[in-house]
Design a protein around this ligand. Structure first.
Ligand code: C2E
Ligand code: MG
Ligand code: MG
Ligand code: MG
Length: 281
């Protein structure tokens, strides 16, 4: 649904595309040109330290300014992009753009990191290492300032190739987050093998924290488990003060969600990293 008054108004999801009667073939043709035509942009959502409220990092989220359909959310075009392999150039662009963005805030918040989502397909490709190396080096960014977010299903594929690729990334200093944790077919045993640095608890659990004792127990258990594996826990989708209090009490380290800030443009994110000092008088 369109959101009035906010910074962004989205026409979301596939139904909108269906209404607009865009054929699949047309959309694929559009997707093929999306990077070259400069129609993508990123929004940045703050990730805060729950103890201090300070913004510690930001997740880069892609949007498509489609010439006829308007602003499209990732859910409306990423599935097709993944299916057709066109996600690869899109994510490559995202990695480069996010590193350039992080380089612009380094002077103000040298330790702040940027997180990008990457599709499972990248882990099977040998050029991923070259891509992230070129992006960080090109932007003058330390590899430890970049986090790659991967879903459980991408990671659990569990092939030696995937594990080897992840180890190579870790050796470079790149951080690895397990995204939407709890929504896939998590096998606890894979946590032993995946060289991740962060675990993001899916927002579906956070959303039910107040009303569902089992959701609370799940967030508690996952947080404890993550601690044992030395993973930093990020609670996703924190919208209310109550949810904030709950994830803080449980011991999550970081929080992300509307309670702290919606995805926004780079200038606003920079401002959030260091609170603006208002001159008096
Ligand atoms: P994600 O990685 O789990 O990103 C978080 C999503 O939750 C974002 O949706 C964000 O706007 C939304 N969100 C954050 N806080 C709240 C909250 O408090 N309440 C609610 N209801 N929602 C919240 P968005 O931007 O629509 O992205 C959706 C998904 O698309 C992402 O989920 C990610 O899986 C994927 N995605 C986004 N950008 C990229 C990209 O550049 N490449 C790839 N491969 N995937 C991407
Ligand atoms: Mg993510
Ligand atoms: Mg997520
Ligand atoms: Mg999610």
């Amino acid at each position: 649904a369109a959101k009035a008054g906010g910074k962004s108004v989205y026409r979301t999801c596939t139904p909108a595309l269906r209404e607009a009667a865009v054929s699949r073939a047309e959309l694929i043709a559009d997707l093929r040109r999306v990077v070259d035509e400069g129609q993508l942009h990123l929004e940045y959502q703050p990730i805060v330290d729950l103890a201090t409220g300070e913004v510690r990092s930001a997740e880069a989220l892609v949007r498509w300014r489609h010439p006829r359909l308007g602003l499209l959310s990732p859910a409306s075009f990423l599935p097709l992009a993944e299916e057709t392999g066109l996600i690869l150039p899109i994510d490559r662009w995202v990695i480069h753009e996010a590193c350039r963005a992080a380089a612009t805030w380094r002077d103000r918040a040298p330790e702040a990191t940027v997180a990008v989502n990457i599709a499972a397909a990248h882990l099977r490709r040998p050029d991923l290492i070259a891509t992230v190396t070129a992006a960080t080096a090109g932007a003058g960014l330390a590899p430890r300032a970049l986090t790659l977010e991967l879903t459980e299903s991408a990671l659990i594929d569990g092939s030696d190739t995937v594990l080897e690729r992840l180890r190579q990334l870790r050796e470079l200093g790149i951080r690895i987050a397990i995204d939407d944790f709890g929504t896939g077919y998590s096998s606890l045993s894979y946590l032993h093998h995946i060289p991740a640095t962060e675990l993001k608890i899916d927002r579906s659990f956070v959303a039910r924290l107040g009303e569902d004792a089992r959701a609370y127990a799940t967030v508690e258990m996952v947080t404890r488990l993550a601690g044992a594996f030395d993973l930093t826990v990020v609670a996703e989708g924190v919208e209310t003060d109550e949810q904030h209090a709950a994830v803080t009490a449980i011991g999550c380290v970081h929080g992300q969600g509307w309670r702290y800030g919606r995805p926004t443009n780079l200038a606003d994110l920079r401002a959030a990293l260091v609170p603006a000092v208002r001159p008096r008088g």
